[in-house]
Design a protein around this ligand. Structure first.
Ligand code: PLP
Ligand code: COI
Length: 370
């Protein structure tokens, strides 16, 4: 890329210009929107926005009223999908404070995504500052209880040019959406459809980064899952078509009768921050954990024999969701009779207690927004 992180002048962006919305949502209307927000349909009043060009680097950092972007119809993102994003949450603590969970990990993954997609790298401090500024101005939008404010940092290629090459201009933005549960049933067990027709990621591809194109390519398989009455699709590897990789928007764990946990190894899957946190929490509590390949046939036979006690999906949006039922063209099977199990629910509680500040943060994962 044209600009390296080392050459970026901090002074250009370290001061965000804050321009509060002239007509913010009224308290009454906000309360109505926060009552049952679902996932990703309700948005806060502001957004953070920072621009990049080769001459100025990252510049014009602003927090302003949430609004449409003016984009030329020839903007590169609209044609060649040069786009990356992140997902993290702000949690309201019982004492009224606000916690972010591992925003530094999101910032680093965003840099990796930018590098893979030949986009301008965004300094970690700028990523975190943009997120914090938005949370500060829109803190009234953080739902109480088990809700949270889902933050969506993203970067788009904004150069007006139809040649196929890395864009010379980018827009980085953060928007915020108050959310409840990702799945309609909350932490009730979800059903999973095994995609045998479509794959998500190949070696050398983009599976390990968070670019919009991965999700566009997953939609047909996810639609197939819905058609079969399932909540989510699970993908198999693209070479042998038998190793379980991950869900459309979540990583996956398996819990066995010997007390151990297994999750597929990194490579073509997204290195989930929830996945990494679960691995750390399990290791700390003395639970044996393996990052190993696991085939769909083994999954089916371990579920039948009872060797497999539980399976669960994990991610920022989904938190930890037990998997009750697996369906595929070659037949269906249940895991622990389709019920939520103690390993998934225990891990979920351990994790959310840290996120909401109800349990000690011994891994130093929490960042306070004051
Ligand atoms: N895998 C995919 C494809 C995802 O979209 C996500 C969600 O971000 C995850 C895994 C889980 O990642 P994280 O725990 O960082 O949210
Ligand atoms: C997340 O968990 O943050 C995700 O990005 C998953 C999905 C909403 C795309």
């Amino acid at each position: 890329m044209a600009v390296s992180l080392a050459k970026i002048d901090d002074a250009v962006w370290s001061k965000f210009e804050i321009q509060p919305a002239a007509n913010p949502t009224s308290e009454k209307e906000r309360a109505a929107k926060l009552a049952d927000p679902g996932f990703g349909r309700v948005f806060s009043d502001h957004m953070a926005i920072v621009r990049y060009n080769q001459a100025q680097g990252w510049h014009a950092a602003r927090v302003e009223s949430r609004a449409n972007f003016p984009l030329d119809p020839a903007a590169a993102v609209l044609h060649y999908a040069q786009e990356i994003f992140e997902g993290l949450k702000a949690y309201k603590r019982e004492d009224g404070g606000v916690n972010l969970f591992r925003p530094d990990a999101n910032a680093r993954r965003f840099q990796n995504s930018a590098e893979r997609m030949a986009m301008a790298p965004l300094p970690e401090a700028l990523f975190i500052e943009a997120v914090e500024q938005l949370v500060r101005i829109d803190r009234a939008w953080i739902p109480g209880g088990e809700g949270s404010l889902y933050l969506r940092p993203f970067m788009i290629a904004s150069e007006t040019f139809l040649g196929v090459k890395p864009s010379a201009e980018y827009i980085f933005s953060v928007i915020a959406s108050p959310v409840g549960s990702y799945f309609k049933g909350g932490p009730a067990p979800v059903s999973i459809w095994v995609s045998e027709n479509y794959t998500r990621a190949a070696i050398g591809g983009t599976g390990a980064v968070k670019c919009g194109g991965n999700y566009a390519a997953s939609l047909r398989a996810q639609a197939e899952a819905i058609d079969h009455g399932c909540d989510q699709v699970v993908f198999l590897d693209a070479v042998e078509r038998r190793y379980v990789e991950e869900l459309g928007g979540m990583n996956i764990f398996f819990a066995f009768d010997d007390g151990s946990l297994l999750t597929p190894p990194l490579g073509t899957i997204l290195p989930g921050i929830t996945r990494d946190s679960i691995l750390a929490l399990a290791k700390k509590s003395g639970t044996p954990v393996r990052e190993e390949l696991y085939t769909i046939d083994q999954w089916r036979s371990d579920a039948a024999s009872g060797k497999l006690k539980e399976a669960f999906a994990c991610g920022t949006a989904a938190v930890i969701s037990p998997i009750g039922k697996v369906r595929s063209a070659s037949g269906d099977f249940l895991i622990s009779g389709g019920a939520a199990g103690p390993v998934a629910m225990g891990m979920r509680k351990t994790l959310v207690d840290i996120q909401y500040g109800r349990a000690a943060d011994s891994h130093n994962w929490i960042r306070n927004v004051s």
